[in-house]
Write a protein that binds this ligand. Structure first.
Ligand code: SAH
Ligand code: SF4
Length: 366
């Protein structure tokens, strides 16, 4: 085993490409080493994407899901959440809020459903959103795995970006957190991600950090997976246990929440160094552990923040994990407190600017 010293860390940070071993050393860094890492990642953020963070108004439009991921509080078999699906009018009023407040982008997120009624509904909704906003909003979808045909129809209806976390790039670990069946299939998820990129979406993926059975090798491979895949956007956050899920029985194996948090920050910093021009989200789950968690991520490399603009009465039922923040606040409350906090983290907000992934344009120009 290579010893982690600050001299090592400095040496690694001068390299053009990081190896798996380099990443493991960076992930194991102590407080002093970690500060060296953060200084470097902040410098790179400044140089390549600038000190601007972009908003994506997050609309969690339905918690109905046909899947049963072992970690997720809205999995199909969980009897506790009251299932909901927002109607078009409610979604459009949240869209209007985002548009009028110059958010310039939204994320529509939901559980996964593959039936025709659902997929057609999204297609029509996208058309309505574009009509309402003169096609000026950046629209990200995050509604799970769909066929290539459906992905194309949504893109044609005006979605620009898609978020589909691979959750872990390690197949064995994937099947520790999902059942191994037709609905939860690693190769299918990977294929869906490849299709999104092929169809021309700004393609986003991500993982959870601090899962039971996960180690530094897995995390290091995840970062190399993003790089090899040539991904445009990444959203990764700490795994947060939920008592009403099957994965909860491994709770004793988990590292303390604060450590999962610190590891997530390190992952973001290393990724910023490895992929200088991509968009990296400061995941909401960071805030569930540390009240200024997202701002800390912004400071050291993230440049995307997703204020929740789902109507507050529905938020309590979209609990993917415990302690989900801002459950009781209105969209206005959320955004007012956010700007000041991001300023303190050193960034301006890119009001009125879509903040598309620079990497996407660099990639397609090649
Ligand atoms: N159904 C879609 C999108 C909604 S779930 C999909 O699965 O792709 C969005 C993300 O929430 C998931 O990708 C997962 O990474 C995250 N998530 C779910 N449960 C979580 C938990 N317990 N802790 C942290 N993140 C969680
Ligand atoms: Fe459904 Fe997504 Fe939760 Fe899996 S992670 S159960 S697909 S909402």
């Amino acid at each position: 085993m290579i010893k982690t010293t600050n001299k090592n860390i400095k040496k690694i940070l001068l390299k053009k490409e990081l190896t798996k071993e380099d990443i493991i050393i960076l992930l194991s860094s102590d407080i002093e080493g970690r500060n060296i890492l953060y200084r470097k990642s902040a410098e790179i953020k400044d140089k390549y994407v600038g000190r601007t963070s972009y908003y994506r108004g997050l609309i969690e439009f339905s918690n109905i899901c046909s899947k049963n991921c072992y970690y997720c509080g809205i999995r199909r078999d969980n009897k506790f959440p009251v299932r909901y699906e927002l109607d078009d009018e409610t979604i459009l009023s949240a869209v209007k809020f985002a548009f009028e407040n110059k958010f310039a982008s939204i994320v529509l997120q939901s559980g996964e459903r593959n039936n025709n009624l659902f997929t057609k509904r999204i297609e029509n909704l996208l058309k309505k959103i574009n009509k309402l906003t003169n096609s000026q909003l950046g629209i990200t979808l995050s509604s799970g795995e769909q066929s290539e045909e459906i992905f194309r129809s949504w893109r044609d209806a005006g979605a620009h970006r898609y978020l589909l976390r691979i959750e872990t790039s390690n197949k064995d670990l994937y099947y520790k957190i999902h059942s191994n069946d037709d609905k939860h299939n690693f190769e299918k998820r990977l294929k869906a991600l490849e299709n999104l990129q092929k169809i021309g979406y700004q393609t986003g993926t991500g993982i959870m950090i601090g899962l039971p059975f996960q180690d530094y090798e897995h995390l290091s491979d995840d970062l190399l997976f993003f790089k090899n895949f040539d991904i445009d956007m990444v959203g990764m956050g700490p795994y947060i246990e939920h008592a009403e899920t099957p994965l909860f029985r491994f709770n004793k194996m988990l590292m303390p929440a604060k450590e999962r948090f610190n590891l997530t920050l390190k992952m973001i910093a290393i990724l910023r160094i490895m992929m200088k021009d991509i968009n990296i989200a400061a995941a909401t789950a960071l805030q569930a552990i540390d009240p200024i968690g997202r701002e800390k991520a912004i400071k050291i490399g993230a440049n995307i923040i997703m204020p929740n603009i789902t109507p507050s009465e529905n938020r309590k039922n979209y609990r993917l994990y415990e302690n989900k923040p801002c459950i009781d606040e209105s969209a206005e409350d959320c955004t007012n407190c956010l700007e000041a906090r991001i300023n303190i983290a050193g960034d301006n907000i890119g009001y009125g600017k879509r903040g598309d992934s620079k990497h996407y344009f660099n990639r397609i120009a090649l």
